[in-house]
Ligand binder design. Structure first.
Ligand SMILES: [Zn+2]
Length: 322
């Protein structure tokens, strides 16, 4: 066999190899391009797969509704802290002890929370019990009226200064500026053989810290955010904000102050896409409150949405996409 003929016989192989490289490159480019959709915030260690988000057609799928500006100051996303007072005195309150199942308890029948937070708390504690067989969690405080907060504040001031607080002792907020007044906050304790101890997020109780965002709760005053919250680390104080907000805050290590600030940069035309820990997809955007008594808000025609005031200057709209 001559050298020339040998090379000639190899030509089909070269063509096949080149064709294979070409097809592989084309497939790679196609798959890569198909995956570049809206940027979604997610924690890859939590998510197993990414749901398919289609970009909603705002002209076709959305409409405009009028929202009463009084709604700015209510709902599970209100930011209540040293700078923003609570403008309402609890809403839709129910007794925890009357509604709790056998997996946890409350210190008495007067411990009340918002009804939506109650349902979320029940789901969380039911799952906590089935995961740990531990039924020692006790809700020791939840809704507190402005008057009760005043009593606690006066008591606290006459006792000691804030620097000498013991572990588990509440950092008492200025009356009117405590989020306990919203009915969306709970203080957890541990009740074991008649002895009450601090809910420290350790041992079995680490489950609550790790999983609370699945149920719409966040640890409101974490250790690494005290400069922002202006409240000392409280291992026992959980706040209901609702999913998807809790999921996004947990995934991105944001406290409520930071989340409320960040969400202001998202609009209907540039929304925040969130994938919660149950792989539900959400579209979240901010609408600044208008002067006067009402604000025009763009909302979806056919799917469920929530409009929540931030207790200051606008509304956070959350739309579930799947
Ligand atoms: Zn508290």
């Amino acid at each position: 066999m001559s050298k020339k003929r040998f090379i000639k016989n190899k030509q089909p192989i070269y063509i096949a190899v080149a064709f294979f490289i070409y097809i592989t490159a084309a497939v790679f480019i196609f798959v890569f391009a198909a995956n570049t959709g809206p940027v979604m915030a997610h924690n890859s260690s939590v998510l197993k797969s990414l749901p398919n988000i289609t970009t909603p057609d705002i002209k076709k799928d959305f409409t405009v509704t009028e929202v009463d500006n009084s709604k700015l100051y209510t709902g599970p996303l209100v930011l209540v802290n040293n700078h923003y007072s609570c403008r309402f005195d609890g809403e839709n309150l129910v007794s925890v002890l009357s509604n709790a199942d056998k997996s946890y308890t409350a210190s008495d029948y007067d411990v009340k929370v918002n009804k939506i937070a109650m349902n979320a708390l029940n789901s969380m504690m039911k799952d906590f019990y089935s995961n740990t067989q531990n039924k020692n969690v006790m809700v020791s405080s939840a809704y507190r009226s402005k008057e009760l907060q005043q009593e606690l504040y006066d008591e606290d001031k006459s006792n000691a200064n804030a620097d000498s607080k013991k572990v588990g002792e509440e950092f008492v907020a200025i009356p009117g500026y405590s989020e306990h007044q919203t009915g969306y906050a709970v203080d957890l304790s541990v009740l074991n053989d008649g002895i009450i101890s601090v809910f420290d997020n350790k041992g079995d109780y680490s489950w609550v810290l790790e999983n609370c965002s699945n149920y719409g709760f966040v640890l409101r005053y974490p250790e690494d955010k005290t400069a922002i919250t202006e409240i000392g680390h409280e291992t026992w104080h959980y706040r209901y904000v609702g999913t998807p907000h809790a999921a996004y805050m947990a995934q991105n290590n944001l406290c409520l102050e930071e989340y409320i600030e960040q969400v202001k940069s998202y609009s209907i035309n540039n929304p925040l896409y969130i994938t919660d820990n149950s792989l539900n997809s959400w579209m979240v955007y901010f609408v600044k409150a208008e002067n006067g008594s009402k604000t025009s808000v763009t909302v979806p025609r056919d799917c469920e949405y929530q409009i929540n005031g931030n207790n200051n200057d606008g509304f956070v709209i959350s739309v579930q996409l799947n």
